[in-house]
Ligand binder design. Structure first.
Ligand code: 5RP
Length: 219
């Protein structure tokens, strides 16, 4: 089974968490794109939809959904999104698609965060995937120097501008043995808008697709 089939299976398994009358938050990425393609099958259960990126909003509209803003809907019942890495405590690295800021806002606003991945995303320790950090463009050099002091190697994602008009640093070689502590520490650096570690607001449910099906882990 190739990875896109696994992504589709994880996405399909998440549909059962959408109950009637639900406000659904939708993440960003190739796994979520599978979800968006399947979402019309449960349209009767969806009250409103909010999205974490312009690209997901466009796809949702193509599938016939009106996309609301978070300010219009208030609390989000369920947020469904992928991840670049997940550990067994359901801490995540996110932001490979550069949408981490709005993703973190929607995860924070959600009663329940369901993360959908294929088995390749499950890791013992976070950090093999370079950590995405969204920075204010004017602070990029300063933030990079602070990260080098932590013995990490920040690389500017050249030519990429986020939906919020900011830049992304992809941080290599960062020691994330304690995701909660590292998320807190990086959040103290002025100029960092969002750190792609999702540990303080981790997933509530992780759906992992492999060759034999989809298994569930809970925080
Ligand atoms: C986007 C994200 C995605 O959830 C993450 O990059 C996983 O993407 P994919 O489903 O394509 O593997 O955080 O900012």
């Amino acid at each position: 089974m190739d990875s896109s089939n696994k992504k589709r299976n994880a996405a399909k398994a998440s549909l059962e968490f959408i109950e009637p009358g639900t406000v659904v938050g939708i993440g960003t990425g190739s796994t979520v794109n599978e979800l968006i393609r399947l979402l019309p099958t449960v349209k009767d259960r969806v009250d409103k939809v909010v999205s974490s990126s312009k690209s997901s909003s466009t796809l949702l509209q193509e599938q016939g959904f009106d996309v609301s803003t978070l300010n219009e809907v208030g609390p989000v019942d369920i947020y469904i999104d992928g991840a670049d890495e997940a550990n067994k405590r359901l801490h995540l690295i996110k932001g490979g698609g550069g949408a981490l800021t709005r993703e973190k806002v929607l995860a924070g606003a959600a009663r329940r965060f369901v993360c959908i991945v294929d088995e390749s995303k499950l890791v013992g320790m976070l950090g093999t995937f370079p950590l995405p950090i969204e920075v204010l463009p004017m602070a990029q050099s300063y933030v990079s120097r602070q990260l080098v002091k932590l013995r990490a190697q920040p690389i500017w994602r050249e030519g990429f501008v986020t939906d919020n008009g900011n830049h992304i640093l992809d941080v290599h070689e960062l020691n994330i043995s304690n995701p909660l502590e590292m998320e807190t520490r990086l959040n103290q650096i002025p100029g960092i808008l969002t750190v792609g570690i999702f540990a303080h607001r981790c997933a509530d449910i992780l759906l992992i697709a492999d060759e034999s099906g989809v298994r569930e882990m809970r925080a």
